[in-house]
Design a protein around this ligand. Structure first.
Ligand code: DQA
Length: 147
């Protein structure tokens, strides 16, 4: 099985962006961690990042028929984008939502996610380890392991 790992706006700056909040690991580190986690569970990953809402929507559409599940950190679009939520609902693949920081311990506007209502699981506040957990969980589902 194949897992699409989607990162949204500003996550290309991981490593230098507010390191006190998001840590010092880079997006490359995240992509590598996700791939290692997938392989260990018998899956593969494809990763994409975009700062543009429409490109993220296009990537979700393209996942239909090419991926078996989606791990998504939609960045700030999490809190604003009904269109991303609708795209995930339209494609109907299993979804795990990830946030590096604990969005519930920050500003009030980060507490609401449009994505969570279409996600099978949500992992917040575990740092980049959240991607490993998300991929591992999705991979286990996809390969029929008990979860
Ligand atoms: C984030 C949390 C969002 O509120 C923020 O806009 C991000 C990153 C996280 O991974 O903690 O860009 O999704």
């Amino acid at each position: 099985p194949s897992i699409l790992v989607i990162n949204g706006p500003n996550l290309n700056l991981l490593g230098t962006r507010e390191p006190a909040v998001y840590g010092t690991a880079t997006l490359d580190d995240v992509v590598r961690l996700a791939e290692e986690s997938a392989q260990a569970a018998g899956c593969t990953t494809t990763a994409m990042q975009s700062n543009h809402e429409g490109e993220l929507i296009d990537a979700i559409h393209a996942a239909r028929g090419t991926a078996d599940g989606i791990v998504i950190n939609a960045g700030a679009f999490t809190h604003t984008s009904i269109a991303l939520r609708d795209a995930l609902a339209a494609v109907g693949l299993p979804v795990v939502e990830v946030h590096i920081s604990n969005v519930h311990r920050r500003e009030d506007f980060r507490a609401h996610s449009y994505i969570s209502g279409v996600a099978d699981a949500v992992i917040v506040g575990a740092g980049i380890d959240g991607y490993r957990l998300a991929v591992d969980h999705l991979a286990r589902r996809l390969t029929g392991h008990r979860t």
